[in-house]
Design a protein around this ligand. Structure first.
Ligand code: ADP
Length: 485
């Protein structure tokens, strides 16, 4: 596993920071709330104010119209006194106007100086035009509508003055409400600005608080990427997801650190394993050249050493290649049904000469003709590695027990040795690539530290169950469960 050391450049992405994103989201949310609340309030107030004025104008208009009816719609009556009194009572301007916009009553408005009948209100031609339009639109003798800066109750009184129809025109100015509203708008804008500033600051503080642990973890992850395995991701995090994330990163860190360590060990191991046979090959080749070339017996012996060492190198290279091919997924399984019992005998036979020469004993309990479905070549590799390890690590009695038995619908292959066994804490690690627990004794079967890793990869690819049972001082039993075909 390659871990980038110093000089590795991180690609600078143009993505915005989480702080900025959170801050923007919070701020936009606050702006939306303030706008909605501020302007919504203004709108609602404006509407309810107008509704109230409309109600007042309508009530006043209807009353005055009813009262006027009691006068009998007589054009000769002077309505001025009556209209003035009602105008003051209702606090509204009340007119009787003709078709051309002439004010018929109240009279004497030129001398009046109060608010109700301001001079600008006296130009009626446009207002009467609008009233007539509204009456037509309503198709009635009465209309209630919003005019220019006023609310109007207008009614055709069905009476004639100098040949023209007479209209009752009751209005209340909206000017006051407008000034109140604009005043309110200023207040809303000011308070919104204050609330927004507060929201921006709070959003900044919250975003900083939320993004801090993530930023910290990113910094630590960068340190880790540069090979600093001392980083600890767990720290002050405010939620369970982040704690879990930190925990996961810590586990990943431990794994990377272990892989890094193992890689270093592999390089040391493999270079050592390469160097020893190479030194031997060179030494013996020189010996043949300089000393033993003329002596066939010695030359053959020395040549054999060269051949053996070359075989060692070849198997080392083959193991490294096998593993990388398996891991990279280049090597696909060629599954077929085959006699596992025969394969077991074959493997044992390979160790036959060797056991004779070195005094090893194989005690076997192999049921014949047990057929399974798998990749026979790869399974051969598995059996060979497991038996080889048992030979390497078995005890003084030099005995290895191999069994192949049917158990329900599976075939259990097991190989037991009588060696020192494996420490409980090492049981998990021995399957890892390059793992070798303390290289202490000289082993009869050459190992590369890759054997069990190859076994694990092959069996996992098949989906077979496998494992090891071992106690310190009591030897180890490696087993594989094959499906019965
Ligand atoms: P090696 O070439 O070192 O045997 P393996 O991958 O086959 O590599 O084994 C990895 C490690 O597992 C060994 O170095 C050894 O420490 C341990 N191991 C494997 N088989 C046995 C066994 N039968 N008894 C004790 N230890 C074993």
């Amino acid at each position: 596993m390659g871990v980038a050391k110093g000089g590795k450049n991180f690609i600078k992405r143009k993505n915005t920071s989480i702080f900025f994103m959170l801050w923007t989201v919070f701020s936009l949310f606050s702006v939306a709330i303030v706008c909605l609340f501020g302007f919504g309030q203004r709108y609602i107030l404006n509407r309810s104010y107008k509704e109230r004025i409309a109600e007042d104008v309508s009530r006043c208009g209807k009353t005055v119209q009813k009262e006027l009816a009691t006068f009998g719609a007589n054009p000769l009556v002077d309505y001025s006194g009556f209209l003035y009194s009602r105008a003051f009572t209702y606090d509204m301007s009340i007119f009787l106007v003709d078709d051309e916009g002439e004010i018929l009553y109240p009279q004497g408005l030129e001398d009046y100086s109060g608010d109700l009948y301001a001079a600008s209100d006296l130009d009626f031609s446009a207002r009467v035009e609008k009233l007539k339009k509204e009456l037509k639109k309503a198709d009635a003798s009465v209309a209630l509508y919003e005019g220019e800066a006023e609310y109007v109750y207008g009614a055709d009184l069905q009476m004639r003055y100098g040949g023209s129809p007479v209209y009752l025109y009751v209005s209340e100015s909206l000017e006051l409400s407008r000034s109140i509203l604009s005043d309110m708008t200023v207040r809303i804008v000011l308070s919104s600005a204050f609330v927004l500033i507060l929201a921006f600051v709070t959003a900044g503080a919250i975003s900083g608080w939320l993004s801090k642990p993530i930023t910290e973890m990113t910094q630590k992850a960068k340190r880790l990427a540069h090979g600093d395995f001392s980083v600890d991701f767990s720290g002050a995090s405010y939620c369970s997801e982040l704690s879990e994330f930190a925990e996961t990163l810590n586990v990943a860190k431990d794994e990377i650190s272990k892989a890094d360590q193992m890689q270093k060990e592999l390089i040391a191991n493999v270079s050592h394993d390469f160097k020893t046979p190479l030194t031997m090959i060179k030494g013996y080749a020189s010996m043949i050249k300089e000393i033993s070339g003329g002596n066939p017996e010695k030359r053959n012996k020395h040549a054999q050493v060269i051949i053996d060492e070359t075989d060692r190198l070849t198997s080392l290279v083959a193991d490294v290649l096998d593993l990388s091919k398996l891991r990279a997924g280049i090597d696909t399984l060629k599954k077929q049904a085959f006699d596992l019992s025969d394969y077991t005998f074959d493997v044992l036979e390979k160790f036959g000469d060797f056991s004779k020469a070195r005094g090893y004993t194989f005690r076997t309990d192999v049921e014949p003709h047990l057929v399974t479905r798998a990749d026979p070549v790869k399974i051969g590799q598995v059996l060979y590695n497991l038996v080889g390890n048992a030979v390497n690590y078995t005890g003084e009695d030099k005995t290895v027990y191999v069994a192949l038995k049917k158990e329900g619908n599976v075939i259990r292959f097991s190989v037991r040795d009588t060696g020192e066994g494996i420490e409980a804490q090492d049981l998990k690690d021995i399957w890892e690539r390059y793992y070798r627990s303390g290289e202490t004794h000289k082993r009869p079967v050459q190992g590369t530290g890759l054997g069990l890793s190859i076994v694990k990869t092959i069996l996992e690819k098949h989906g077979f169950t496998f494992g090891v049972e071992s106690k310190r001082g009591e030897g180890s039993t490696f087993y594989v469960l094959f499906p019965l075909f």
